[in-house]
Design a protein around this ligand. Structure first.
Ligand code: PMP
Length: 343
């Protein structure tokens, strides 16, 4: 990896972050007259902890990492944007990612006026490592990868991910939004070995808390310090911090839900290929299944008539004719299969 100083945008490296009086507060004050809050309506009258230390303590315990290696944001979409803003000089630097993959990497690159280069996956939806590394020249500061990948559902091969981490001199982001549904272990255990690695995870999928918007980025304390420097001071609100702690303290509930989703995934993987309108069902390590059907546009519209929404991916690279279907509750999956049977 290059020196972090040579990867971070010079203006970001040199700037001073916003600081509040409470950043220096040592914990023994009882009268808070520093932040122009209303003194009534406890506890929501107060600004939340800008560094979310209590929540990070719980996440650190569950994930086996240090608190200083955790950044929390408004969904993982926030760290995706902040990573681009921290490392990529608009109109000069570039990003490389895979195609097809999660659409927000490209949207965030476009918002930031940073060139976005897409390298097509191979015919098994796996990394084309040679072409990826060829595209990652000196102007490329960040590579965004996603494993298990959305919308294809598969894991990228581990040895190819290692090759990218070992070879590329810039930042490698591995988005693990769906890792809890996968048999492959997380790359969190590799953080110490690869100082250029950022792992993204989220409370929106296995933890069942998409509504509270809590995304997690894990990286070296040096990289996390850069993201902290440029975030909004109170980027994770108090309601989210409280609810996230509550959800994380109920790990057994999450594990029970995970078991249900995984067994329903097995059931759908067996039932879908039996349907007349289904041409191909792709293997999956996520909580969704990519399914090629006889006519994606028509079947999508017909499912809407039954009150069932899936994701039509027919216009996405390599996903011609495909719908992406999230694994639901048993009754919801029954409704889907019953509706598809009639098409
Ligand atoms: N990464 C991937 C691969 C996703 O599919 C999604 C959501 N669909 C996200 C990130 C965003 O997650 P969050 O809700 O944490 O913003």
């Amino acid at each position: 990896m290059k020196d972090l100083k040579d990867l971070v945008r010079p203006n970001v490296w040199n700037m001073k972050p916003y600081s509040s009086a409470r950043d220096e507060f040592q914990g023994n004050a009882s009268v808070f007259l520093d932040a122009n809050e209303n003194p009534f309506n406890r506890p929501y009258n107060r600004y939340p902890d800008p560094m979310q230390w209590e929540l990070k303590k719980k996440i650190a315990e569950i994930k086996g990492v240090n608190r200083e290696s955790i950044f929390l944001g408004n969904g993982s979409d926030e760290p995706i944007d902040l990573i681009i803003r921290a490392f990529c000089e608009p109109s000069i630097d570039s990003i490389v990612s895979i195609d097809p993959s999660y659409g927000m990497y490209e949207v965030a690159a476009n918002v930031n006026n940073v060139e976005f280069r897409k390298v097509k996956l191979d015919d098994k939806f796996d990394l084309d490592t040679d072409n990826l590394l060829k595209a990652a020249n000196d102007w490329v500061k960040v590579i965004f990868l996603c494993s298990p990948n959305n919308p294809t559902g598969n894991n990228l091969s581990r040895d190819r991910l290692y090759k990218v981490l070992e070879t590329f001199q810039g930042i490698v982001v591995i988005d693990e939004a769906y890792v809890d549904f996968s048999i492959e272990p997380s790359f969190l255990a590799e953080l110490e070995k690869f100082p250029n690695l950022i792992v993204l995870q989220t409370m929106s999928k296995a933890w069942g808390a998409a509504g509270i918007r809590l995304g997690m980025a894990f990286a070296s304390p040096e990289i996390i310090a850069i993201l902290n420097k440029i975030k909004y001071p109170y980027n994770v609100n108090l309601l989210t911090q409280e609810r996230a702690l509550y959800v994380l303290e109920n790990q057994e509930r999450m594990e029970n839900q995970l078991r249900s989703i995984l067994s329903e995934r097995i059931r759908l993987l067996a039932a879908l290929p039996e349907l007349n309108c289904v041409l191909k069902v792709y293997p999956t390590d996520a909580n969704f299944i990519l399914v090629e059907v006889t006519n994606a546009d028509t079947i999508y519209k017909n499912l809407v008539k039954y009150g069932i929404i899936v994701r039509n991916r027919t216009n996405v690279t390599m996903c011609n004719g495909c719908l992406r279907i999230t694994v639901g509750k048993p009754g919801e999956n029954d409704a889907l299969l019953d509706a598809l049977k009639k098409m």
